[in-house]
Design a protein around this ligand. Structure first.
Ligand code: HEC
Length: 117
């Protein structure tokens, strides 16, 4: 089981974090109306810096939005997060979580969104 977790972590870490666009800001506002692009970019940077100290940052698409709250809380002391930093990280990872971002329209290798249709 432990081996499986490590392999899963490694596989997900190989993928780069997604840089937010204005479309992502619009989506994020459904749940957090105050979000702007700086919120998401700051969240991404914090996530990389704070949650990438011991292991590479785990890809946001690994978990659902709800699961992410638990994972960020679990490691917030170890990562020494302030309440504000914790919130920014949660908003970023949730915006690109398994159930809030359409990965079928995203080309992870080329780091860009596929054209519609
Ligand atoms: C002080 C080192 C350290 C920091 C900082 C850290 N992690 Fe981890 N993380 C670990 C270790 C060690 C494991 C593997 C063993 C375990 O599960 O405790 C792990 C495993 C995980 C896992 C796999 C499943 C689980 O819950 O155990 C997730 C998800 C995770 N970390 C998320 C995060 C997030 C989100 C942050 C930032 C808020 C973070 N980590 C910061 C050390 C750290």
């Amino acid at each position: 089981m432990r081996k499986l977790i490590l392999i899963t972590l490694f596989w997900h870490c190989a993928t780069k974090l997604i840089h937010p666009t204005s479309a992502d800001v619009e989506r994020a506002r459904q749940w957090y109306p105050e979000v702007d692009s700086l919120t998401l970019v700051t969240g991404m940077k914090l996530y990389k810096a704070k949650c990438g100290q011991c292991h590479r940052p785990i890809h946001p698409g690994t978990f659902t939005a709800r699961e992410w709250i638990r994972h960020v809380n679990e490691f917030s002391d170890e990562a020494k997060l302030s309440d504000n930093q914790k919130l920014l990280i949660i908003i970023y990872v949730q915006t690109f979580s398994k159930d809030r971002f359409d990965y079928s329209k995203y080309d992870a290798k080329k780091q860009r969104r596929k054209r519609k249709g």
